[in-house]
Design a protein around this ligand. Structure first.
Ligand SMILES: Cc1ncc(COP(=O)(O)O)c(C=O)c1O
Length: 322
């Protein structure tokens, strides 16, 4: 349909339903080895779910700070189920992260598992290894990643670079970062070639996982874009919902809004002639859609309600349009 060869790297089947597990298993192992007794994260949801799951398995306490009212329902109940102590911060993710940074500076009791922790990124780079392996040791032309706190795009790029340095692949992909229009500090910074981050004070988008105004890993993400001759693009919430619909109804893949952003971005870039005929494009579909039922409810519904005796008649009537 788009003229490019589109692949989705679906991260919804990881143990807690997102890519975060790749890094969390590594960083929690390190926490345990260092003798930590508790871990802490600020989170838009998936980090909280993943950190608390791996902490539970490692016998560590977990504290999660989330923006009040800013986290998808499925992610919050997941973290609670794994036994996390949840602190809702009346503000944005960026306020929660600032509080975590402040606290970990003052105590050694809390081991931080946010993506400024380099072990997280070491785990997340394995996505690149799997992509190459699953494509039969071919390197895609483009890898498209949703960007929030901006760790993942750098981690994936690092993975590709390591394969290249060790002679396992002989080319590198170009990295594309996708942000939502209401939360696109990195896109703005990159476009203006600014030397400092152009922060977004009050980020807003239905893609709650990437509703971030001050991404902590912004210099690393910009390096990944620059080194790979990649680019950043922003998409609207409408484009995200349309991409969620396409993935669900053409591929049978239910993803959360942030994870649909790469498809929305790819569609835009095809329209602009940036992605060319026959290019191999990998979309990183970062998390499972069931975590965010309120977002799924935005997809157009075909739903009827009838008494039992009328159900068969309605079905036959509907079947006429097949
Ligand atoms: C589903 C999903 N996609 C994308 C992201 C963004 O990843 P990063 O913060 O590494 O840019 C997140 C982060 O929470 C996420 O949960």
């Amino acid at each position: 349909m788009l003229g490019v060869r589109l692949y989705g790297k679906y991260e919804g089947c990881n143990p807690t339903g997102s890519f975060k597990d790749r890094g969390m298993t590594v960083a929690t192992t390190i926490a345990k080895a260092l003798g930590a007794r508790a871990v802490v994260v600020a989170s838009t949801g998936n980090t909280a779910a993943s950190a608390s799951a791996y902490a539970a398995r490692a016998g560590l306490k977990s504290f999660v700070l989330v923006p009040s009212g800013g986290v998808a329902r499925g992610k919050l109940v997941q973290a609670i189920a794994y036994g996390a102590i949840v602190v809702e911060v009346e503000g944005f993710f960026d306020d929660a992260l600032r509080a975590v940074l402040d606290a970990v500076e003052r105590t050694r009791v809390l081991y931080p598992l946010n993506s400024f922790n380099p072990w997280r990124l070491e785990g997340q780079k394995t996505l690149a290894f799997e992509v190459v392996e699953q494509l039969g040791w071919k390197v895609p032309d483009w890898v498209v990643v949703p960007v929030g706190n901006a760790g993942n795009i750098y981690a994936i790029w690092k993975g590709f670079k390591e394969l290249y340095i060790h002679g396992l692949i002989d080319s590198l992909p170009r990295m594309v970062g996708v942000q939502a229009e209401g939360a696109s500090p990195l896109v703005k910074t990159w476009r203006k070639r600014a030397r400092r981050l152009l922060e977004v004070e009050e980020p807003s988008t239905i893609a709650s996982a990437i509703r971030i105004g001050r991404p902590v890993n912004w210099p690393k993400a910009l390096r990944a874009i620059e080194e790979s001759r990649g680019l950043l693009v922003e998409v609207s919430d409408e484009e995200i919902v349309h991409a969620m619909t396409l993935l669900a109804r053409l591929e049978g893949l239910v993803v959360e809004p942030a994870s649909a952003a790469p498809l929305a971005g790819a569609v835009k870039l095809v329209g602009q002639g940036v992605l060319g005929q026959g290019d191999v494009v990998v979309l990183v579909l970062t998390g499972h859609g069931l975590k965010d039922p309120d977002a799924l409810a935005m997809l157009e519904a075909k739903k009827y309600s009838v008494p039992p005796r009328e159900a068969a008649r309605l079905l036959l009537e509907l079947a006429r349009s097949v």
